[in-house]
Design a protein around this ligand. Sequence first.
Ligand code: HEC
Length: 91
Amino acid sequence: MTGRHNNSLILPRARRGESLATMETVSSESGEFRYMKAIPTGDVCTGCHGTQIAAPLANALKERYPADRATGFVAGDLRGAFSVRIAADGL
Ligand code: HEC
């Protein structure tokens, strides 16, 4: 995933109040077809990515994903994006 590219396409739109649930973009650049869709944080996600993670779960996450930094999100936050790039000459 190309983080900087995603941020420049999605973050300004999120700041203007566009719904993350339907936010997507399609473009053709540098010989590539590109598609991206925002991933909103839902209530179900905050159990692991939220601000208050239940102790047994927090311990399991720490043990299995010691490098995890994906916490502190609240419902409605931009959680990430699906990004697909396909070489246009293959289409
Ligand atoms: C049961 C715990 C759990 C729940 C619930 C959960 N996640 Fe995750 N998520 C994880 C873990 C653990 C990782 C890290 C996986 C890894 O490092 O391989 C992760 C990774 C991710 C990543 C990629 C890494 C990053 O932080 O950018 C995204 C995006 C993501 N989750 C989004 C979501 C969304 C959206 C939801 C709700 C629809 C959700 N997750 C619900 C545990 C969870």
